[in-house]
Design a protein around this ligand. Structure first.
Ligand code: GCO
Ligand code: MG
Length: 402
């Protein structure tokens, strides 16, 4: 089965998405997500100018060989742009292979390991009372796991807390600026989680995203302070370029740790996994080289009892969500899947067969990954430049981690 065409569709139904469509001489087509939030056009160019010309005429069934060809063959390895581009090709080829087999994608990976995929949703509020309301709303909607982010007194804009409850990671045509003060955050957060746990009772999982803002020592302090609230996880407590830094956090607290949404290869998490410095690995089918590479990461993680917790923010298109759900349905060491709702416009542009019920997402049974693209509708939403915010210290305006 030869690849006859490979092209990109870039659209912005509320936010930007880059989609790769691969067509074959047997009439089967596959879709892959190529969206890198705030840097969308760099992946589009990488694919358009350097990858897509090399795909024409190749056998669409040779997923592994094409993966190695794009990874080893490029000479320049790894990095978010390269690995997102490879992921888009990989997702589209798995979609095609599953359609050729007439099977939902999870069947090709080894079949079903679970009846549904437990997801966590987001509850964001400007203060503790508001966040408690949001957390209880999520519980009433049936969620078994809820990520809570709460405004901090004295800080104007805090990660994860949007205007009027809604939160979108890329919020402006030039980077907007957030302010940060670690001491204020560390004072407030344990109080907030005490209130959330009290409101929820013991049975609902609570999660929190620190978004790389603490030093290892501060992260250890926070982890300890949160221990009575029994978090499912504390996410990205400190930047992870230095994997060994997590030893310090690990020695000091039993609060479980999740890391990896910005990772793009197995090398970014090798030490974290082998030394059991984390509990959940958050790499995705999108930014970590597709299903082919994510499977390798998950297999390594399974040797060390590290479980998966795939990133699933709105900047990953429904195609990534569809592919992730097939992966999650199979992967033996599954932990949880993030589920941040796409806008109605986005869902119209990407017809899909997954559905939510009682705190779980379920992939569909259609051949492939189950997500399509309405190209006519997509054309009505042209690309709009959008950026993630930047973060500065309130004290003196110095740049801080975001
Ligand atoms: C999450 C993430 C997102 C990111 C966003 C960046 O845990 O869902 O941290 O909110 O900030 O995906 O592109
Ligand atoms: Mg995160």
């Amino acid at each position: 089965m030869k690849i006859t065409s490979a092209r990109l569709i870039i659209c912005s139904p509320g936010r930007n998405f880059v989609t790769l469509k691969i067509e074959t001489d047997e009439g089967l087509t596959g879709l892959g997500d190529a969206t890198l939030n705030g840097r969308e056009l760099s992946v589009a160019s990488y694919l358009q100018d350097h990858v897509l010309p090399c795909l024409i005429g190749r056998d669409a069934h040779r997923i592994e060989d094409i993966w190695q060809y794009l990874y080893r063959g490029a000479y320049w390895r790894r990095g978010p742009v390269t690995m997102t581009a490879i992921a888009a090709v990989d997702m589209a080829l798995w979609d095609i292979k599953a359609k050729a087999a007439g099977l939902p994608l999870y069947q090709l990976l080894g079949g079903r390991s679970r009846e549904g995929v437990m997801v966590y949703t987001h509850a964001n509020g400007s203060d503790i009372a508001h966040t408690v309301d949001e957390v209880l709303k999520a519980k009433a909607e049936g969620y078994r796991a809820i990520r809570a982010q709460c405004g901090v007194p004295g800080l104007d804009k805090v990660y994860g807390v949007g205007k009027g409850g809604h939160y979108e990671p890329a919020d402006a045509s030039l980077p907007s600026e957030h302010d940060w003060d670690t001491a204020k955050y560390l004072r407030h957060t344990p109080k907030a989680f005490e209130a959330f746990r009290e409101a929820l009772g013991p049975d609902i999982h609570l999660l929190h995203d620190v978004h790389h803002r603490l030093t290892p020592n501060e992260a250890a302090q926070l982890g300890r302070a949160l221990e009575p609230c029994q978090l499912f996880w504390m996410e990205d407590p400190t930047p992870a370029e230095n994997q060994a830094a997590f030893r310090l956090i690990r020695e000091k607290t039993t609060t479980p740790i999740a890391v990896g949404e910005v990772f793009n290869s197995i090398w970014d998490c090798k030490q974290l996994i082998e030394e059991q410095l984390i509990d959940y690995i958050r790499t995705t089918v999108l930014h970590a080289g597709g299903i082919t590479h994510l499977r390798r990461i998950a297999d390594l993680a399974s040797l060390y009892q590290v479980r998966t917790g795939c990133h699933g923010a709105t900047d990953l298109s429904p195609i990534s969500m569809g592919a992730a759900l097939h992966f999650d349905t199979w992967v033996p060491n599954f932990g949880i899947q993030e589920y941040m709702h796409h806008s109605p416009q986005t869902l119209d542009v990407f017809p899909h067969d997954y559905h939510f019920k009682d705190g779980f997402l379920h992939c569909g049974e259609k051949p492939g990954h189950g997500v399509e693209l309405d190209e006519k509708l997509a054309a009505k939403y042209p690309y709009q430049r959008a950026y993630l915010p930047v973060n500065r210290l309130q004290r003196d305006g110095a740049m801080w981690d975001w």
